[in-house]
Design a protein around this ligand. Structure first.
Ligand code: ZN
Length: 244
């Protein structure tokens, strides 16, 4: 992981309003002089994710005024074709379940390849050569487009296809969910942890009725289970350190 590629101090963050992309946003704001965000509307079943994006961005500059000058524009890209192509649980009203191939039926095939390709086109226009995403292959749900090798191969293809030295940064790639909470704490202390709990959204079912100590969600879907498990591990370890 490079602190900066040395040629360009601007980064474009793939930002969904979820926990992982919010940690990536903070990571980028800590390192780059100019940070913009890009989000994708592909007919998600739950608008809650799109609403959280706006709230997280405003809560971030409120809690961290020093980042205000760095945080630039937000870009929403509509990809309606994706929902037409993908018959999955995120965009159709069916139950979340594991499929025979070991992937949850929320899987939109190759989604991250499309997202980074769109991001590179926008980055090209706006002079941002660093693209940041919250993909992780440690605790991931089996998505092959979250793998380090997949994304670095894509970065290579993008460099060839644009003649621009794009870099794809994935600061969470090797982290467990507990370590992602730890990184949030390192970057922004308890203020950032609280912001993530209060404003980010990860639940596949779009549930925001119940607030748990780890955030809002149904508490039962794979995304909620991962988020809760990581929070428990991290807060348990923090309590042990404090008590030692
Ligand atoms: Zn859930």
């Amino acid at each position: 992981m490079t602190k900066d590629n040395g040629t360009n101090s601007a980064a474009l963050v793939l930002f969904s309003g979820g926990q992982d992309s919010t940690v990536c946003l903070a990571w980028a704001l800590d390192r780059y002089e100019r940070v913009e965000t890009i989000g994708f509307d592909y007919g998600q079943r739950h608008d809650v994710e799109l609403e959280c994006r706006v709230k997280v961005r405003s809560a971030t500059i409120e809690a961290f005024p020093e980042w205000n000058a760095r945080l630039g524009d937000d870009h929403m890209v509509e990809i309606p074709a994706l929902s037409k192509i993908s018959e999955t649980a995120l965009t159709r009203d069916v139950e979340i379940e594991m499929q025979e191939n070991g992937l949850p039926n929320t899987f939109v095939p190759g989604r991250n390849l499309l997202f980074f390709t769109y991001a590179s086109a926008l980055g090209h226009r706006r002079g941002m050569k660093t693209l940041v995403g919250g993909m992780c292959e440690t605790d991931y749900s089996g998505y092959p487009d979250c793998r380090h090798e997949t994304l670095q191969s894509l970065a290579h293809a993008i460099r060839l296809g644009t003649d621009v030295e794009f870099v794809i940064e994935t600061p969470l790639m090797r982290l467990s969910k507990a370590q992602t909470w730890e990184l949030a704490h390192d970057l922004g202390g308890s203020a950032l942890v609280d912001l993530i709990v209060e404003h980010t959204h990860s639940c596949y079912k779009g549930a925001r009725e119940t607030r748990h100590d780890w955030g809002y969600g149904c508490g039962a879907c794979p995304a909620c289970e991962l988020r809760e498990k990581g929070f428990r591990e991290w807060s348990g370890a923090t309590a042990e350190t404090a008590g030692a």
